[in-house]
Design a protein around this ligand. Structure first.
Ligand code: AHR
Length: 331
């Protein structure tokens, strides 16, 4: 289906001119015959996903694929295996295919200016899904749909204040360096901490949002000279917290008791750990972005204007709520 939005009027004009001159791209593709009837054309969306680093990411991919299939959208899905260069390649290939809309979840915030400029020049609107980019020109994307990661960091810190009275020796498992959630969850947490001088981060390191790295880094934290002082773990996602729980158990430390744990995402594994008394709190980060993403795509195709930012609603779950909440957990 061809784009039909205000900002892309030039594309339409060029298409009309091309048509009049007998050199329209669509005609060339179909061997010079008439283009197929409009209702038979599917919307084509190119989506570049980060990878499969966490339970959250898997649920996000399922939400996007499932929603596209439900709406009859032709989804060109590409898995970047956590590499920015693969995402840039995928976006360039979507531009070459002349898809209707490009959407992507950027692994890191920087380094997108050039490829987004190319998409803009090609007249293809870009939607940011889940994570933000750091660009000087915000006309390089149409809208950003995702969570407020700074607020998630604040919510995690508020829970620590409530659970410890504002006095804790904290170990922090940080997400992927340079990613929006790692940057923002650190910022929001520290913003609250600044009011509580006895809340101290004594160890901090990236666990790259994965269970394996979370376990490895927690092992090293526990073996370090400060290891015995740690009484609270703040993990930027549930997968790293679950890995850290394994490391604590192997070291004879009781997770959730000797070391209290707060993490972010709210995946089923976190609820299971809370029911088992091994995790104390999870701040929800909702991965079910598919419906909002394709609502935005369909509105774009109708020429509607989108808000620049859509924030996904989320909650905080403590251990005492886990047994009930797990019964209806969708991911
Ligand atoms: O961008 C969202 C974050 O990415 C999730 O919190 C984390 O689990 C994922 O890898």
């Amino acid at each position: 289906m061809k784009r039909n939005i205000g900002g892309w009027v030039m594309v339409g004009l060029v298409a009309v001119c091309c048509g009049m001159m007998g050199s329209c791209k669509k005609e060339t593709k179909s061997g010079g015959g008439a283009p197929p009837p409009r209702q038979a054309q599917k919307i084509v969306v190119g989506f570049s996903q980060i990878g499969a680093e966490s339970g959250w990411r898997t649920a996000n991919t399922e939400s996007i694929k499932g929603e596209a299939a439900k709406r009859g959208i032709d989804l060109q899905f590409s898995d970047a295996q956590s590499k920015q260069e693969n995402q840039i390649k995928a976006i360039r290939s979507f531009i070459a295919q002349d898809v209707d809309v490009i959407a992507f979840s950027p692994v890191v915030t920087t380094g997108w200016q050039e490829v987004l400029q190319e998409a803009k020049q090609a007249g293809i609107p870009v939607i940011l899904s889940d994570r933000a980019v750091d660009v000087t020109d915000d006309s390089l994307y149409v809208t950003f749909i995702g969570s407020d990661f700074i607020e998630e960091g604040r919510l995690a810190a508020n829970w620590v204040v409530k659970a410890t009275g504002g006095k804790a020796n904290i170990a922090e498992l940080v997400g992927t360096p340079g990613s929006a959630p790692a940057n923002d969850r650190a910022t929001g947490f520290r913003e609250v901490m600044a009011k509580y001088p006895e809340m101290k981060i004594i160890k901090t390191q990236s666990g790259d949002f994965t269970r394996t790295k979370g376990k490895e880094v927690m092992e090293a934290f526990l073996k370090s000279p400060e290891g015995k002082q740690i009484n609270l773990l703040y993990a930027h996602n549930d997968d790293m917290a679950i890995g850290a729980i394994q490391a604590m158990e192997a070291a004879g430390v009781k997770p959730g008791v000797d070391i209290k744990i707060v993490s972010i995402d709210g995946v089923k594994g976190a609820f299971e750990a809370m029911v088992a008394g091994k995790l104390n709190c999870t701040v929800e980060c909702n991965p079910l972005i598919g419906p909002a993403l394709f609502d935005a795509v369909e509105k774009l195709m109708k020429g509607e204007t989108l808000p620049k930012r859509t924030v996904i609603e989320e909650s905080v779950y403590e251990q005492s709520q886990a047994a009930e909440a797990i019964k209806t957990r969708a991911y």
